[in-house]
Design a protein around this ligand. Structure first.
Ligand code: GLU
Length: 287
């Protein structure tokens, strides 16, 4: 038994859970169980415009139907904005944040006009327009209350943190390469935090020792490792798991209504059948 292993499932309540989520939740739960550890649940509901309480309730209900139990109260990110503000404050004190007033359109225009814009996992890098803004103009715009995001000065951040490593259970030891994202947004214009910031802070505060999630978020771990170093947070292990795909070879998405756990349940599938559908291939692989 290794009580110190703590995993979590961290869905965003922006839709109903589908088979891919079921796989991810069962995977995480299994990793905790195998080690006699803890499995936690977190609602990543910072995106006030897209999250709905109806989905929050449905997720709890679907996971319980699937037979999953989690330890302690569910952490709702929207209730912890002060914690993220504090983390931003610490980064600001290290002179690693700058306000970005650019609209999406302005960024796109700037990129289109530049000869070569580096591309990262989330698309072209931010061209750095506001990083080099005249301090006086920046002050005036802030005083005027112009809407802005907060971006990480990636080069400075890497310079301060030095060379970092992290480890994935399947892909082994990694050298952190957060630079592939450029100056990431850590607080959005409309929401005073971001996925990268809140996920990293929360994994630390919840004592998560093994972050399990799909390989679609593999690269994000480079940024998370950097934030851990800058904010002096614990460093978990990672296990990025495969993504379930449908018969068409495409991964499940929230728009695939027919494979939501609700739809499967309404079509008469039992929880055991759905667990087998989700984990089926893994079982074969381990036989
Ligand atoms: N909230 C993220 C999602 O639903 C998962 C975050 C994570 O596991 O790090 O895709």
């Amino acid at each position: 038994m290794n009580r110190s292993v703590t995993t979590r499932f961290a869905p965003s309540p922006t839709g109903y859970l589908h088979l891919g989520h079921a796989y991810s939740a069962l995977f995480s739960h299994q990793k905790a169980q195998q080690a006699g550890g803890r499995f936690l649940l977190r609602m990543e509901d910072i995106d006030v415009g897209r999250c709905r309480s109806e989905f929050h309730d449905a997720i709890l209900e679907d996971l319980a139907w699937l037979g999953l139990t989690w330890e302690g109260p569910v952490r709702r990110q929207s209730e912890h904005m002060a914690v993220y503000a504090n983390a931003l404050h610490r980064l600001r004190e290290r002179a690693l944040l700058y306000p970005c007033f650019c609209s999406r359109r302005e960024i796109a225009e700037e990129i289109a006009a530049s000869a070569s814009a580096p591309h990262g996992p989330d698309g072209p890098h931010y061209p750095g327009t506001c990083r080099t803004m005249d301090p006086q103009v920046r002050r005036e715009r802030l005083d005027r209350g112009d809407p802005h995001a907060l971006r990480l000065d990636m080069q400075q951040a890497i310079h301060q943190a030095g060379i970092l490593g992290w480890s994935d259970a399947e892909q082994g030891d990694q050298v952190a390469r957060p630079e592939i994202f450029g100056d990431v947004v850590l607080a959005r214009r409309d929401v005073a935090t971001s996925y990268h910031l809140s996920v990293t802070v929360d994994d630390h505060l919840q004592g998560v020792t093994l972050v399990t999630r799909g390989t679609d978020l593999f690269e994000a771990s480079h940024v998370h490792r950097l934030l851990q170093a800058l904010l002096d947070l614990d460093r978990p292990l990672y296990h990025h798991h495969r993504l379930l795909v449908g018969t068409d070879g495409k991964r499940f998405a929230k728009r695939d209504k027919s494979l939501t756990l609700r739809a499967l349940r309404e079509a008469g599938r039992t929880a055991e059948e759905v667990r087998t559908m989700a984990l089926g291939q893994d079982r074969k692989e381990t036989m």
